[in-house]
Design a protein around this ligand. Structure first.
Ligand code: SF4
Length: 315
């Protein structure tokens, strides 16, 4: 028996969009400002692995690129000005996005996070990292910050299938992710999971089970991406050798709509697709702009007369 729409869903989008969630929680429009704080990744420098995940853009990985050339404060100011002009946003969350943003000494992390929070219009931080790169000291630091500021910890899982994680050279397991979520839960830190659909050999039915896993964990939000190949990656080479068949747009839209129907409405949706600059995008090439991708999925739910949580069975 389908559920009735939950009050947390955006009335037109039929999903609990993250923007809608932030507005409900804080009362005003908030934008995320991406920064590059100069981190690297343990799955590249040899401490966990080398070569990185097969879809990670190796071309952009160079010492010069990762030493954040522009000072943090300047990146934040430029990002805030952009979002203020474009969307009228008054408050901001600084998103430590590039590579593994807990991979450093606690002193370094504290300095970077607190500098971001120094600006009066910054209400919090979002920190992207790997589930196996979350030392106790870093977690304690985030917990302390979360006593007075908004903190979101973004953990990359990508797939719940350990065989896929191994094939894509993630260098961690599903269990690493579950342990990180359980350690970070109950600390007033929002937890966001990153998931990808479209790995070679992965069926839609297998991917849909991830919705049930998310429902069983204290996850607050999600980012969904299609697997896409960009220049400079092993995945692009696999594609050129005919060993990676990208998803068709229809398959992605249908499966994500199915996924959303199974997902509890309490989980906010930060992303519904991935995008890459045209000049490095290899496959798939769907030819849709970002908002067209977003609405392709929203329109699929509308067409079905369903919504996020429509088939959520409850835990
Ligand atoms: S964990 Fe992230 S940064 Fe590191 S190799 Fe994989 S995709 Fe790239």
């Amino acid at each position: 028996m389908p559920n009735t729409p939950d009050e947390r869903l955006h009335p037109q989008l039929h999903i609990n969009s993250y923007g809608h969630y932030l507005r409900r929680r804080f009362g005003f429009r908030i934008s995320k400002v991406n920064v590059d704080a100069g981190f690297t990744c343990p799955n590249r420098d040899g401490s966990k692995g080398t070569g990185g995940c097969i879809y990670c853009n190796n071309v952009s990985f160079s010492p010069r690129e990762t030493q954040a050339v522009v000072p943090l404060e300047e990146q934040i100011a430029a990002g805030m000005a952009y979002h203020h002009t474009r969307l009228g946003s008054e408050k901001f969350i600084v998103y430590f996005q590039k590579y593994t943003n807990t991979y450093g000494s606690v002193e370094l992390l504290s300095d970077l996070y607190r500098r971001a929070l120094d600006h009066p219009d910054v209400i919090g931080i979002s920190v992207g990292t790997r589930p196996d790169s979350l030392e106790d000291e870093a977690l304690e630091l985030l917990t302390e910050i979360a006593r007075t500021k908004y903190v979101c910890l973004e953990l990359g899982l990508q797939s719940m299938d350990d065989a896929i994680l191994q094939r894509i050279n993630r260098g961690h397991t599903l269990n690493d992710f579950i342990q990180a979520v359980n350690r970070a839960g109950g600390r007033n830190i929002d937890l966001c999971a990153h998931l990808i659909f479209g790995f070679p050999g992965e069926s839609a039915a297998e991917f849909l089970k991830t919705a049930d896993l998310m429902a069983s964990l204290p996850i607050n939000s999600l980012k969904l991406h299609q697997l896409h190949a960009v220049e400079g990656t092993e995945l692009a080479e696999l594609y050129r050798r005919g060993e990676f068949t990208p998803l068709a747009l229809e398959a992605y839209v249908t499966t994500v709509a199915d996924f959303l129907e199974r997902l509890p409405p309490r989980i906010a949706i930060q992303r519904l697709y991935g995008s890459a600059p045209l000049e490095i995008s290899v496959a798939p090439q769907w030819g849709l702009k970002n908002n067209q991708m977003w609405y392709a999925i929203v329109n699929e739910l509308t067409k079905r007369g369903s919504w996020q949580g429509f088939r959520f069975a409850g835990i």
